[in-house]
Design a protein around this ligand. Structure first.
Ligand SMILES: [Fe+2]
Ligand SMILES: [Fe+2]
Length: 258
């Protein structure tokens, strides 16, 4: 089973890069499951219904979100009516949406889940480690894939080791910077600290660079606007999972600059 996982798609340039590169990857060879982090899809903040539909047209299996999950209020129109949009499982339980989704592929069940980290995050969330154990006990699946949406590299690495052998794929998102540490851990979990971002290459993690430079230099509080010109980066990972052993055989990094 081939699984493509794309890092945070950021606004207009991100969507264009996603469309172009996913099409090309599909032409090169069959991809069974496409998972994308969509928390920055609509103008950098959240995911509206139009862009959700657009993801379906691109053949996306599942969309994960993150700390920006509910910043576009359009999400409330559909999140509880669809079965392939996943917000962090360790959000407060009364919030809309679900923290996991299960799909079938060749009679195997594949569960995609998301947790948000606690270190250096603005909001206070439940412990992702405890909530993951709870989810693994509750939802039985042949294959688990977790988007661990967190700031600190240490938290992501600790999490991957903690669930090594129990979750087949653990990948980080949220920093928008791809790390060069993709590997298979001792007990078989495929892991990368951060998949990276799909969007403008020369902004600051998706935002116009001038806004962020001014913020650091002069303490200005300008509204953030997505960088909408220049080169793009397409950041993703591609996994091969052995359907007999249910273990990842390979994890590859994709970083395409155009
Ligand atoms: Fe993001
Ligand atoms: Fe995030």
């Amino acid at each position: 089973m081939k699984v493509l996982i794309v890092g945070d798609v950021y606004s207009k340039l991100g969507r264009a890069s996603f469309e172009r590169n996913v099409k090309q990857l599909k032409e090169k060879g069959k991809i069974d499951i496409i998972i994308v982090n969509g928390e920055n899809t609509s103008h950098g903040r959240g995911l509206n219904e139009k862009h959700y539909q657009w993801y379906l047209e691109q053949g996306v299996t599942c969309i994960t979100l993150g700390n920006h999950a509910f910043e576009n209020r359009g999400i409330f129109n559909f999140i509880d009516n669809v079965d392939n949009v996943v917000r962090p499982y360790n959000f407060p339980e009364n919030l809309p949406g679900k923290g996991y989704a299960t799909f079938e592929h060749n009679s195997l069940t594949v569960t995609v889940m998301q947790m948000v980290g606690k270190v250096f995050m603005n909001e206070e969330y439940s412990c992702p480690f405890v909530k993951t154990q709870e989810l693994l006990d509750k939802v039985k699946s042949d294959i688990y894939i977790c988007d661990f949406h967190a700031e600190a590299t240490s938290e992501k690495i600790a999490y991957a080791h903690c669930f090594d052998g129990r979750i087949q794929v653990v990948y980080g998102t949220h920093t928008h910077v791809q790390t060069n540490d993709a590997r298979i851990l001792e007990n078989g979990t495929a892991f990368i600290t951060d998949v990276g971002m799909t969007g403008a290459l020369d902004g600051v993690i998706g935002v116009k660079k001038e806004t962020i430079i001014n913020r650091f230099l002069h303490g200005t509080q300008e509204k953030f606007s997505p960088e909408d010109a220049g080169k793009t980066q397409f950041n993703a990972i591609i996994l091969e999972i052995n359907e007999n052993s249910k273990k990842p055989a390979n994890i590859d990094i994709i970083n395409i600059i155009e």
